[in-house]
Write a protein that binds this ligand. Structure first.
Ligand SMILES: [Zn+2]
Length: 210
């Protein structure tokens, strides 16, 4: 069996989904992101994350290859959505909408009126990239995604895997690693926390390479 790093080297494209196990900055989260960055180094990849904590943007992963459709807590929007403006952290020091005086809130799906303009440009880049994976040797890593928002990563990744004979699909999750029917030969299910799994895979592999 090839190591994860070898499979990543051989893959033409790598699709990564990051779910709840990558949320909230657990003790090893930055190590996990570093392992991911090392795995993806020099590769044609795209990452979809359902997390909104924006920690991923503090890593050396390429922001141009990341989409966060559930939003970004550090970006601010009007809680009444009176404007589609989205502000960077600290841009509005009093955290009050300069147009209508309502409090600002995080630009995420948890806002009552989520302003989707924040994520849409990168989402469109992602769908374009995804269309180019058809019939390519595609490695899919679905890491730590449960069933809270299955329409973003879990179900579409399964469909992408089902439509591509050259796919290798990893579903890594401490609690929800079960696979869909029909993917069996091309899919690997790992019942383990995906952050710790990735760190260990990369550590194990660095011992045998070079
Ligand atoms: Zn407003």
């Amino acid at each position: 069996m090839e190591t994860l790093r070898q499979q990543a080297r051989q893959a033409q494209k790598i699709l990564v989904g990051l779910g709840a196990e990558w949320k909230g900055g657990g003790p090893r989260i930055m190590e996990g992101y570093e392992a991911l960055a090392a795995l993806l180094d020099g590769k044609d990849y795209f990452i979809v994350t359902t997390n909104t904590d924006a920690v991923i943007f503090q890593t050396r992963l390429d922001a141009g290859r990341i989409t966060a459709p559930c939003g970004n807590e550090t970006w601010r929007q009007c809680s009444r959505a009176c404007t589609k403006d989205i502000w960077e952290p600290g841009e509005i020091p009093d955290d009050i909408c300069p147009h209508c005086g309502a409090p600002l809130t995080g630009n995420t799906v948890d806002a009552e009126t989520y302003i989707e303009e924040g994520y849409l440009p990168q989402w469109q880049n992602y769908t374009r990239w995804l269309a180019g994976t058809l019939n390519r040797e595609l490695l899919i890593l679905e890491l730590g995604e449960g069933f809270q928002r299955p329409t973003v990563i879990r179900w579409p990744f399964e469909r992408t895997a089902a439509c591509n004979q050259k796919v290798r699909f990893y579903r890594v999750n401490q609690s929800f690693a079960q696979l869909a029917e029909g993917l069996a030969e091309r899919a690997v299910s790992v019942h383990e926390n995906s952050v710790e799994w990735l760190i260990r895979e990369m550590e194990a592999d660095s011992g045998t390479q070079r």
